[in-house]
Design a protein around this ligand. Structure first.
Ligand code: UD1
Length: 432
């Protein structure tokens, strides 16, 4: 993939039509990793075609996972592949730096490897540059299940006790999606019962838990902050659907709010992003839940300024903070946006300023004073969600916008230009 790819947008068009919502990246990744827990075939439907998914395929293949594509009718020709994962034997319990550093979530293989093979050597992760993102909760959680853990030259070396991991009661000091995924996966094959307190309640955690149950795991308390996992000796195959992407849903909803128009977000599940949608309605956008998804209707008038604070689910998602900030750049007032999950997630502020946005940052709080009109600009994508906030700004800005370094977008948004241009946006990828 061309790391220096660019997107050109001529702003000002309203969005009208239908956008099919893809399977969630953040659900697909842990589900793919769960395939390591069984020697049987795990079939996943509605897997988005994204760079992060392809990267994780490479990582899984390195451990001995065979991956095959299966034909499905698809999602109106735009998205959704069905992939089958088979791991009769794990051939390698080491996840090397070269593979893991490209994407933080690949670190999560440590849970299944440790549970099934009783040992793993996994490079410390890389991923989006949005704060320090340590792995202490993962390691403490796995230690609680009896693992011995050392750090050796940038690698986490984990060993289960003789006979495998042992169920335990643990409490995460802070909500962590990744640590919940990992300890839950590891606990499915531990002996005895594991209780996870202060577990993440993100819909993607529920999606993984339900897939594990379909594979024979015994989990109760799904969607609550207290997961109870009774270990079983082995898991079997399953056929499971990836949840529709709530972050993609919110992103396009904010885009329509910004440009004006009328778009059906097909297949969206509004109940998975209630807080963000409530905020959007307060800003003046009309939302209608329909059988086929969520309809977003907006006049294109400037939005009302509403303050927001990111929180773990069911709060306002940090993964929509940058997109919401883009919407607020043209509000009629001043919005205070507080980021509480990551300490360095305002990189988009400097780029939004290139459109003429007026934003000041003090610690974890950004104050966005709405302007009447944004001006198209040359901007640079910095991380996944920040990149798409620049696209949203560009769609509404006067004149031409060029978003540079869009490889971040390809990590997380399937067919972004097609989806938007079908609804009337003037957006294209520049080949250079
Ligand atoms: C997941 C999502 C990401 C989203 C984030 C928060 C995926 C692939 N990624 O990331 O898009 O922004 O949830 O909703 O699903 N922390 C520690 N120690 C740890 C683990 C986490 O201090 O061992 C901290 C992090 O630095 C952060 C907070 O906990 O401040 C939440 O992070 P976490 O929920 O773990 O995020 P991810 O699972 O990496």
């Amino acid at each position: 993939m061309d790391k220096m790819g660019r997107i050109r947008i001529a702003g000002g068009n309203q969005l009208n039509g239908e956008i099919p919502i893809s399977g969630a990246k953040n659900a697909a990744l842990p589900l793919m990793i769960a395939s390591l827990l069984t020697s049987e075939k795990l079939v996943l439907n509605n897997v988005p075609r994204l760079a992060d998914v392809r990267q994780l395929q490479l990582i899984l293949e390195n451990h001995g996972v065979g991956i095959g594509a299966q034909n499905t009718p698809g999602n109106k020709g735009l998205g959704g592949q069905t992939l089958a994962f088979s791991t009769p034997a794990i051939t390698n319990t080491c996840a090397p730096y070269e593979l893991v550093s490209a994407m933080r979530a690949s670190f999560w293989v440590i849970g299944p490897l440790l549970a099934r093979e009783h040992g793993a050597r996994v490079s410390l992760p890389g991923g989006c540059a949005i704060g320090t993102r340590p792995v202490d909760f993962f390691l403490d959680g796995l230690r609680a299940l009896g693992a011995e853990i050392e750090i050796d030259e940038g690698y986490v070396v984990a060993k289960a006790p003789r006979g495998g991991l042992v169920g335990a009661k643990l409490r995460f000091p802070k909500v962590s999606v990744g640590a919940t995924h990992v300890v839950m996966m590891a606990a499915t094959l531990a002996s005895g019962t594991t209780i996870i307190e202060n577990a993440a309640q993100e819909p993607e955690v529920g999606n993984l838990a339900r897939c594990l149950v379909a594979m024979g795991a015994k989990i109760s308390g799904i969607d609550s902050p207290r997961l109870v996992i009774e270990g079983v000796s082995s898991l079997h195959g399953a056929d499971f659907d990836v949840l529709p992407d709530r972050i993609e849903t919110g992103t396009y909803a904010f885009a329509v709010a910004m440009t004006g128009g009328n778009v059906l977000l097909a297949g969206a599940r509004p109940e998975t992003l209630r807080t963000a949608l409530d905020v959007l309605e307060l800003t003046g956008t009309t939302l209608q839940e329909e059988e086929g998804g969520l309809r977003v209707i907006a006049s294109g008038q400037r939005a009302r300024a509403i303050d927001v604070e990111t929180q773990p689910y069911p709060g306002f998602p940090t993964d929509l903070q940058a997109q919401y900030m883009a919407l607020m750049t043209r509000s009629t007032g001043t919005a205070k946006i507080r980021e509480t999950i990551f300490e360095n997630r305002f990189m988009h502020v400097a780029e939004l300023a290139r459109f003429g946005a007026r934003i000041s940052v003090e610690g974890q709080v950004a104050r966005v004073a709405g302007v009447i009109e944004l001006q198209g600009a040359q901007v640079m994508a910095t991380d996944l969600r920040a990149s798409v906030s620049l696209v949203i700004a560009g769609l509404a800005a006067k004149g031409e916008t060029i978003v540079n370094r869009i490889y971040h977008l390809d990590r997380g948004f399937e067919n972004l230009e097609e989806k938007l241009s079908r609804c009337g946006a003037d957006i294209s990828r520049l080949a250079d």
